[in-house]
Write a protein that binds this ligand. Structure first.
Ligand code: FAS
Ligand code: PHB
Length: 390
């Protein structure tokens, strides 16, 4: 079999790239190791930057997001018993974010791919990109006990942090940067109305908490927990008590509780691989970088990677130019590192570190107090949160 671009991974990166390529008449094949149901069963991101929204619409998969998504013009920060709104809209000259779950983004892109004849092989085992440092790359995979080979022009590694693409890169050429945080996020989904019409990021001596949502009747909440915590030790009752203790009293009193429909603990890390290109193999999205979800950047960074790589591939096929492909890694990494910085900064500001002590808590509260009373500081947070330019 032959195609122009083999995409490894059917998450948001792979699906978005695949759809843009299909719409441009560039043949592509997605190889996904899990089942479609497993991919759709993952609960992950919840906040889309305008750049991501625009790309979903460019791909022809943005209608439901526009219909059902919740445009948000601000976020709240709470600390020291107080609640302050950061007016994203007015601080950024009219920019907003869209609250719309990653699961829905994935669903919409899968539906669009099927409607436009895009081919995805699910449960493709032992996917392996080969000869990508030469001019004739190919990818092998196993399906129903048969080994297949796909010859192609390029391979896009959209296979996430645990994927095969980055691991296939020559070790001598790959440099990685990593910071693992000494805590995780215990998250739940509950079919209850959100406590607030916008997101609340809470700094509290007991630890960070986040009040988010998926709709006006479906809430997404998180509390910071030690890494060794087990989800089975957290009853719904214990979770609700803990998150309300980390919020200002008048907010906690308004919280509607109910049975969780999903509960899990996610570790937090900052990670970047350099470069993002190895001959005809390109790393995209979580395959090349990870951010702690505090700044809501993970999914949105995948979008800007896709923008750069798609534009470069289009230029290659339409104008026979290598410029975009040659510049992809440096261009993507410039935006990636700024998002890494913001995500690290917001994580450092909002979470309780076991070695920070009371002094560290007071410094965080002083920085937050400065942040919410300084237009310059609030503007800096706002322009990063809504998304820096591509
Ligand atoms: P993904 O990991 O989504 O997709 C990779 C795909 O490749 C998967 O379907 C996988 O099955 C497949 N794959 C892996 N190895 C393969 C192989 N060898 N062969 C074939 N296929 C393979 N971001 C936010 O902005 N906000 C959040 O709240 C947030 N929460 C998160 C919670 C968790 C638990 C995790 C893990 C991530 C979270 N993220 C969040 C980040 C997340 O949303 C990612 O940024 C986003 O999924 C990136 O999309 P992809 O790059 O497509 O990678
Ligand atoms: C979410 O709704 O899952 C979410 C929102 C904002 C974040 C992280 C997660 O910063």
């Amino acid at each position: 079999m032959r195609t122009q671009v083999v995409i490894i991974g059917s998450g948001p990166s792979g699906l978005l790239l695949g759809q843009l390529l299909t719409n441009a008449g560039i043949d592509n094949l997605i190889l996904e190791r899990s089942s479609k149901e497993h991919v759709l069963g993952r609960i992950r991101a919840g906040v889309l930057e305008e750049g991501m929204c625009a790309m979903l619409e460019e791909a022809g998969a943005g209608a439901r997001m526009r219909r059902e998504g919740l445009p948000h013009e601000g976020i709240d920060l709470t600390f020291d018993g107080r609640q302050h709104r950061i007016d994203l809209f007015n601080l950024t000259g009219g920019k907003k974010v869209m609250v719309y779950g990653q699961t829905e983004v994935t669903h919409d892109l899968m539906d669009k791919r099927e409607a436009t004849g895009g081919k995805t092989v699910y449960e493709a085992a032992n996917v392996s990109p080969r000869d990508f440092d030469g001019g004739k790359p190919y990818v092998t995979y196993e399906k129903d006990g048969v080994t297949h080979r796909v010859d192609c022009d390029f391979v896009a590694g959209c296979d996430g942090y645990h994927g095969v693409a980055r691991r296939s890169a020559p070790e001598a050429l790959l440099k990685t940067y990593e910071r693992v945080y000494p805590f995780g996020w215990l998250g739940i989904i509950a079919e209850v109305p959100p406590v607030n019409h916008e997101l609340i990021y809470a700094n509290h001596p007991r630890g960070f908490a986040l009040c988010s949502m998926r709709s006006l009747v479906r809430s997404r909440y998180y509390v910071q927990v030690p890494l060794e915590e087990r989800v089975e030790d957290w009853s719904d009752e214990r979770f609700w008590d803990e998150i309300r203790r980390r919020l200002p009293a008048e907010t906690a009193e308004k919280m509607t509780t109910g049975p969780s429909v999903e509960k899990s603990i996610a570790p937090l890390r900052s990670f970047v691989a350099e470069p993002l290109r190895f001959g005809r193999l390109f790393l995209v999205g979580d395959a090349g970088h990870i951010v702690p979800p505090t700044g809501a950047k993970g999914l949105n960074l995948a979008a800007s990677d896709v923008r750069y790589l798609f534009d470069a591939l289009l230029e290659h096929y339409r104008e026979n130019s290598q410029a975009g492909l040659d510049g992809y890694s440096e261009k993507a990494l410039r935006r990636i590192w700024k998002a890494e910085r913001f995500s690290w900064w917001m994580t450092s500001l909002m979470h309780r570190f076991h070695d920070s002590g009371d002094f560290g808590q007071k410094i965080q509260e002083a920085e937050l107090d400065y942040l919410v009373h300084s237009r310059a500081a609030s503007t800096s947070l706002a322009e990063n949160y809504v998304g820096l330019p591509y």
